[in-house]
Design a protein around this ligand. Structure first.
Ligand SMILES: Nc1ccn([C@@H]2O[C@H](COP(=O)(O)OP(=O)(O)OP(=O)(O)O)[C@@H](O)[C@H]2O)c(=O)n1
Ligand SMILES: C[C@](O)(CO)[C@H](O)COP(=O)(O)O
Length: 228
C-alpha cells in the first residue's frame, strides 16, 4: 500500500481578516476552530497516514496541537503560501508516494471527496478539487476595453490539491529555479506541462478570507450535516 501524506497549511497571517479574528485558522466556527473541520474530514476519510502541519511560530503550534491528526510533524511556514508548501515538501519522508496540499482556511472539505481524490491521483498523478465559474468573466485590459472569457473553460481552484510526490517536488523545484510567484500548487505542475485532473465540487468549499466570510461559513458548516 502506498504511503499518503497531507500537508495542512495554517501559517498565513490572516491579514485580509482585518483584525476581526487574530488567527483565522483558530477562529471558532460551528463550535470548533476552523482547522478542526479539515482535520476531522481527513481523519474520517482515512486517506492520509502522515501529516505535515505548517504553522507560523511556536505559539501557534501549541494552539494547533490538540486539533491536528496524528502522526504529524510541524514545520515553519514561509513568507508566502508557496514558501510554506516548499518547506512542507522538504519535510516529507522519502517513502510518501502521494501528497494532499490543503488550506486549513477551507473547512468544508468532505471525507468522501478526499477518498475520491485519492482514487484519481493514483491514476492521474495530479488532481485538484474545483468548481465551474458561473459568472460572466471579463478581462479588463490596459486600454480600458473589456474582453469576455469563454466561461465554459473556466474553473475556480480549491483545495485539496493532490499529487504524486515526485511530480510536485519537481514542480516546486522549477518554481524556485524560475523565481515564479504562484498562488496554488497546480500552477507549479503547469510549469512542467503535466496534465492535471479536475474533480468538480458540487458543494460550496469557500476559503475564509475576509470578515464577511465568517457568517457564510458558519451557516454552511451548521447546515452541512443536512447535506446543503
Ligand atoms: N505564508 C503562508 C500563507 C498562507 N498559508 C496558508 O495557506 C492558506 C491560504 O492562504 P490565505 O487564505 O491567503 O491565508 P492568509 O495568508 O492567512 O491570508 P492573508 O493573505 O489575508 O494574510 C491558509 O490556510 C493559510 O494559513 C500558509 O501556510 N503560509
Ligand atoms: C490555493 C487557493 O486556495 C486556490 O484557490 C488560493 O489560491 C490560495 O489563496 P489566495 O487567497 O488566492 O491567495
Amino acid at each position: 500500500m502506498s504511503r499518503t501524506a497531507a500537508i495542512l497549511l495554517a501559517a498565513g497571517a490572516s491579514r485580509r481578516m482585518l483584525g476581526k479574528v487574530e488567527d483565522k485558522i483558530l477562529a471558532p466556527l460551528a463550535g470548533k476552530p476552523v482547522i478542526a473541520h479539515s482535520a476531522g474530514a481527513f481523519v474520517a476519510s482515512g486517506v492520509a497516514d502522515f501529516y505535515v502541519v505548517v504553522c507560523r511560530d511556536l505559539a501557534q503550534q501549541r494552539a494547533l496541537m490538540c486539533y491536528v491528526p496524528t502522526p504529524a510533524v510541524f514545520v515553519r511556514g514561509g513568507r508566502e503560501r508557496q514558501h510554506s508548501v516548499a518547506n512542507a515538501l522538504e519535510a516529507l519522508p522519502g517513502d510518501v508516494e502521494y501528497v494532499y496540499i490543503h488550506d486549513c482556511a477551507r473547512p468544508l472539505v468532505r471525507p468522501e471527496q478526499l477518498v475520491a481524490l485519492h482514487k484519481i491521483v493514483r491514476r492521474e498523478d495530479a488532481v485538484v478539487l474545483a468548481h465551474r465559474v458561473t459568472d460572466t468573466i471579463k478581462e479588463h485590459r490596459d486600454d480600458a476595453r473589456l474582453r469576455t472569457l469563454d466561461r465554459s473553460r473556466l474553473w475556480a481552484m480549491e483545495t485539496p490539491q493532490v499529487f504524486a510526490t515526485d511530480l510536485i517536488a519537481r514542480a516546486y523545484a522549477k518554481v524556485i529555479d524560475r523565481g515564479r510567484s504562484i498562488t496554488d500548487d497546480a500552477s507549479a505542475v503547469e510549469l512542467l506541462g503535466h496534465p492535471i485532473a479536475l474533480l468538480e465540487n458540487a458543494y460550496p468549499n469557500p476559503k475564509l478570507t475576509s470578515p464577511q466570510d465568517l457568517a457564510y461559513l458558519e451557516f454552511l458548516l451548521t447546515h452541512e450535516s443536512a447535506g446543503i
